[in-house]
Design a protein around this ligand. Structure first.
Ligand code: F6R
Length: 606
């Protein structure tokens, strides 16, 4: 989604801003722009539709050596992707970049009669509002603070003024902003990846906080101008982790690195000899863990499916536990009641997803304990939960989530084992999970090595179909949902996941030559029932791609055998094949694999 960068210091701002925007490209965007200001207060604005490379071409024609500026990648919410809608937006002496949505922009716009609007954006309304309050005796900070008091919605903003060309004013409410503290320079970003290589010291702004940033100083205040103390933290992301390292796409790199990233998730947490799990960071006593009676899992998209798959394991692991899994965008508006002794698991790769964050806040208001299953260290959700498990999968750059899913499910299974232990479950219940988790990285490695070519060949065979049905039972069902999501988002092939047992209740009517059907046939106690569903589709001339970990006979147009002796965690191994399959279909179609159309990595607006 939209990205913000800002720079004030001794170096040339243009390069740093465009470099920062390139780092934010993975978030998804449709236009980009920068503004820099010289010491005399002359502004130089460049904007372009499309990629940062288009912006580079525009910047090249108006190079300058200004030392202060702000930049933005825009993912359209109000107004089509166009140069005039691209940020930064100007009003009077100020320029503004903004992530989020100003909900009352229509009402505000109606009042701002003196400003001639040049775009269709809510952001320009905020710029005009600030400008209307920025008379010649007013400090930029005060004008911004006054304006923000009149605004409803979400924002992360950076504002510069040609009248005060030595400072950037930033503010946050619902949209992340990080201030990188360098040596004689300050760098602002909506995402830590834009700071890497510049500084490892950063201040994470909280909601309701603002700052005046100059080259040598960061002054934190609240909206009432009261000074706040700033906590400078260390950023842990390294440069290697955000590079393709020889792969054609980040997506492929992230699929291939799962054995390593999963080892990081498990590291120090699996006590194989004791067949136990030890999680730090939950901030819960053994008694509190023992008393858990209900778990609600919240997430969006892949994080939701990770929760759904984990829920099957949690129910199996913890006797008497009830689990429900909810989609954040729905749950946040429901009149929900959570039973006593509930713990909510809030699942998010980015830790910034607006709906998931809103749910977290709703749940906390009801006095329910929240635990984060988060990848991005220092993200908003990670900071607001009562405790949790960082999944340590490293930066996920490709828009489609892959390695985070595997790590999220594994983290939640570890949590289930820990709860089971606290409730006195013997190792006869937990050991299978602990042993299989410990072996999961090498089993995934085997698929990646042995099935890489087969995934490509099978993908090429099915690349021309317009529709796909993904079918599975039990843990195979959420795995099928995730497989379908991966296919649709990167290949633009219509794909849906269903429980195999639902076929006869309507879905079977879809089977024809425009469809292929991916059956996940797990070698479990429901194997025969899975085969019955598959046979029903076969009997109707379906084009079946069966993916199975069984050695038993499976009659289908194409059968992919995943060789793993994992039993309970086989779906996670099978899912890796699904990831490769979707990747190769997207490549065969010539799509932008890492940045699929219309999508953004981190969905920070509703
Ligand atoms: C799918 C995908 C999205 C995200 C969803 C939640 O591949 O990437 O469905 O899973 O937007 O994002 P996070 O996990 O960052 O909250």
């Amino acid at each position: 989604m939209c990205g913000i960068v800002g720079y004030v210091g001794g170096r040339e701002a243009q390069n740093i801003l465009t470099g920062g925007l390139r780092r934010l490209e993975y978030r998804g965007y449709d236009s980009a722009g920068i503004i820099t200001i010289d010491d005399k207060g002359t502004a130089s604005l460049q904007r372009a539709v499309g990629k940062v490379s288009e912006l580079d071409a525009v910047v090249e024609k108006s190079k300058n050596s200004n030392h202060i500026g702000i930049g933005h990648t825009r993912w359209a919410t109000h107004g089509i992707p166009s140069e005039r809608n691209a940020h930064p937006h100007k009003a009077g002496d100020i320029y503004l970049v903004h992530n989020g949505i100003i909900e009352n922009y229509k009402e505000l716009k109606a009042e701002l009669k003196n400003h001639e609007f040049a775009s269709d954006t809510d952001t320009e309304v905020l710029a005009a509002l600030i400008d209307s309050l920025y008379d010649k005796d007013t400090e930029l900070f005060d004008a911004v603070a006054q304006a923000l008091k009149l605004v409803t919605g979400t924002y992360g903003i950076a504002v510069v003024s040609t009248r005060q060309p030595e400072q950037i004013v930033v503010a946050r409410s619902g949209s992340p902003l990080i201030i990188g503290v360098g040596d004689g320079e300050t760098i602002i970003a909506s995402d830590a990846s834009a700071l890497i290589g510049h500084t490892t010291k950063a201040i994470y702004l909280n909601d309701g906080e603002m700052a005046i940033c100059t080259a040598d100083n960061v002054e934190l205040r609240d909206l009432a101008a009261q000074p706040l103390s700033a906590k400078v933290e260390t950023i842990e992301v390294d440069m290697q982790a955000i590079q393709k390292q020889g792969y054609d796409h980040f997506l492929l790199k992230e699929i291939m690195e799962q054995p390593t990233t999963l080892r990081s998730t498990l590291s120090g947490r699996i006590l194989l000899d004791q067949k136990q799990v030890r999680l730090g960071g939950l901030n819960m006593t053994a008694d509190e863990l023992r008393d858990i009676e209900h778990i609600t899992i919240v997430g969006c998209g892949t994080a939701y499916y990770a929760g759904m798959l984990a829920s099957y394991y949690l129910e199996k692991l913890v006797d008497g536990l009830t689990v429900d899994v909810v989609i954040a965008s729905e749950f946040r508006y429901r009149s929900f009641h959570l039973p006593k002794n509930t713990v909510a698991l809030v699942v998010s790769q980015s830790g910034e997803t607006a709906d998931t964050l809103a749910c977290l806040r709703e749940i906390k208001q009801r006095g329910v304990r929240t635990l984060g299953i988060i990848n991005a260290v220092g993200s908003t959700i990670a900071r607001e939960v009562d405790g949790g498990i960082y999944v340590h999968a490293g930066p996920e750059i490709s828009v489609a989530s892959t390695k985070a899913f595997t790590s999220q499910v594994s983290a939640m299974i570890m949590f289930g084992v820990q709860v089971a232990q606290a409730k006195g479950a013997g190792i006869e219940v937990t050991s299978k999970y602990v042993e299989e988790l410990a072996r999961l990285p090498e089993e995934i490695e085997k698929v990646l090595t042995n099935k890489k070519d087969e995934a490509k060949a099978v993908a090429e065979k099915y690349a021309e179909y317009d529709h796909a049905l993904y079918l599975g039972r039990d843990t195979g069902f959420p795995t099928a949902l995730e497989g379908a999501l991966k296919l649709k988002e990167i290949s633009y092939v219509h794909a849906d996941g269903y429980p195999t047992g639902e076929l006869k209740h309507g879905t079977l009517a879809l089977v024809d030559d425009r469809f292929f059907e991916v059956f996940l046939v797990l070698d479990d106690w429901l194997f025969d029932k899975s085969i019955s569903g598959l046979s029903e589709v076969n009997a109707r001339g379906g084009h079946i791609l069966a993916i199975t970990n069984s050695k038993k006979e499976v009659d289908a147009e194409t059968v992919v055998r995943i060789e793993t002796d994992l039993e309970v965690l086989a779906p996670l191994v099978i899912n890796v094949f699904q990831q490769l399959f979707a990747y190769h279909i997207a490549v065969a179609k010539g799509n932008n694999v890492d940045q699929p159309r219309n999508l953004a990595k981190s969905v920070t607006v509703e």
